[in-house]
Write a protein that binds this ligand. Structure first.
Ligand code: 5GP
Length: 181
């Protein structure tokens, strides 16, 4: 389990809600009149996904993937293993990937490469959080709610050992507790 005594709030529920509204408005403008396949990456993106899709105006279909990434300090390519694939064909579709956080970028870069081979009409990335200072490969999300510093964060779907996903705010681990979680 995780105790909130070891955490501080980085982004409040209120600020996140407001910013998701702004990002949804941007997506509504960009995809006006189109239909969109919104692909959520399980499990971390689920709450952000639910908040975002409710604000989208265009015709939307849902799909989900579960992936695990194998990237480490010495491996600059990384690799994604698809644990649950899409149910839907994406050939000729406008696809929006919804992710919780972009860190090194390895997961999304590889996922984007895999999905591109399936010939979508377009493929964009929307992330709740981005840690650009940690990037190891060139990838830029098309939509992002907040750029954050290099901190381990929990809440709004993000976990520590599967705990804390339901926290309404984004919390970070206080530095003095980082080794005691
Ligand atoms: P990347 O391949 O960009 O390095 O890793 C992205 C994945 O790492 C995210 O989908 C998330 O599961 C995990 N991750 C990266 N940073 C954090 C963080 O600060 N907190 C949590 N809970 N997960 C993180």
């Amino acid at each position: 389990m995780i105790s909130k005594e070891k955490l501080n709030i980085l982004i409040s529920e209120e600020d996140m809600k407001k910013r998701i509204g702004e990002v949804a408005a941007q997506i509504n403008r960009d995809y006006a009149g189109k239909n969109l396949l919104v692909v959520g990456i399980l499990k971390g993106a689920i709450l952000f996904y639910a908040d975002l899709v409710r604000l989208l105006d265009m015709d939307v279909q849902f799909d989900f993937m579960t992936i695990s990434s194998y990237g480490n300090a010495t491996d600059s390519t990384g690799e994604v293993k698809i644990r649950k694939d899409l149910d839907t064909s994406i050939v000729g579709r406008d696809v929006l990937i919804v992710e919780d956080i972009v860190d090194t970028g390895l997961t999304l870069k590889n996922l984007k490469e895999v999905l591109s081979t399936r010939k979508p009409a377009s493929l964009k990335i929307c992330t709740m959080l981005d840690k650009p200072s940690r990037r190891r490969v060139e990838i830029r999300p098309d939509y992002c709610c907040f750029e954050i510093p290099d901190r381990f964060v929990i809440g709004c779907g993000l976990d520590y050992a599967q705990w804390g996903r339901q926290f309404k705010d984004i919390w970070y681990v206080r530095p003095e507790f980082i080794d005691t979680l």
